[in-house]
Ligand binder design. Sequence first.
Ligand code: SPV
Ligand code: MG
Length: 303
Amino acid sequence: MLRAQVCCSSEISFLMEAHDGLSAAIAGRAGFKGLWASGLSIASSLGYRDASETSWSQLAGVVERIVDSGKLPVLVDGDGGFGNFNNARLLARKLRQCGAAGVALEDSCFPKTNSLLGDRHLLADVDEFSGRLRAVKDTVADDLILVARIESLIAGHEVDDAISRAHAYAEAGADAILIHSRRTAADEIFAFTKAWQNKLPVVIVPTKYYRTPVSAYRKAGISTVIWANHSMRAATAAMRQVCSRIVAEESTAGIEPAIATLDEIFELFRYDELADAEARYLPQRRRPERHEQSSNDFEGLLS
Ligand code: SPV
Ligand code: MG
């Protein structure tokens, strides 16, 4: 399903960020066909920094909830694989067990730094990173789609460097190339796609160059666009606003119309299905005598 979207479709596809079961369910309801389990967003939701502070097993635990709750194919942000080839293949095996559809591995060094922050972005050696990719491919074969993410432009290198890495990663077995840029215009991305000529499908993350219209990505033959952190940022803004108002107003009356109703939450997670299942599977009889007796006894004690 994810392979079809990223690798085989002539239509552009969109992956929406999810960082927990709630954000995954909401994205699915909104109509997205696939999810991005974002390292930044998951770290933030756990109260960590996107600097390899989340462990690979914590990531896997969250991915499992995203997969179960969203019921959509999930491409997992695997950072650099949390170490060398061995850590990367262990991660990939675990993500497959959790039901992920793909993993994106970036050619950064451990511990990583978020690509959109600061200027200290150390690139992995091409051969060493290719080994990580090969180890993952040999471990999970085609069960997981393997996206090789190139951080050359983030680290301040030229498009040529990104292209030569893309060739090496394609050779190592990548199914798609994610080219990342932190510029506010998509010029570097289009220079890359022009030179790369879709030798493998191209995935992008337009967090910084968000003004570029999707029509330009279609024209450039881009396969997949990742909206990488927008639910987490929306939740942050909304929670901050609600918390400040409750503190200031010492009441929740004012914010009630602006927040999700409890019925929306019950509907989102299909509490009606649970009620139906209870009717089907729980014994349909009156509460046991013994129970009534003990509750009466309890009332007796209080009176
Ligand atoms: C993420 O969502 O964690 C990403 C994209 O890796 S970025 O934050 O731009 O590095
Ligand atoms: Mg990340």
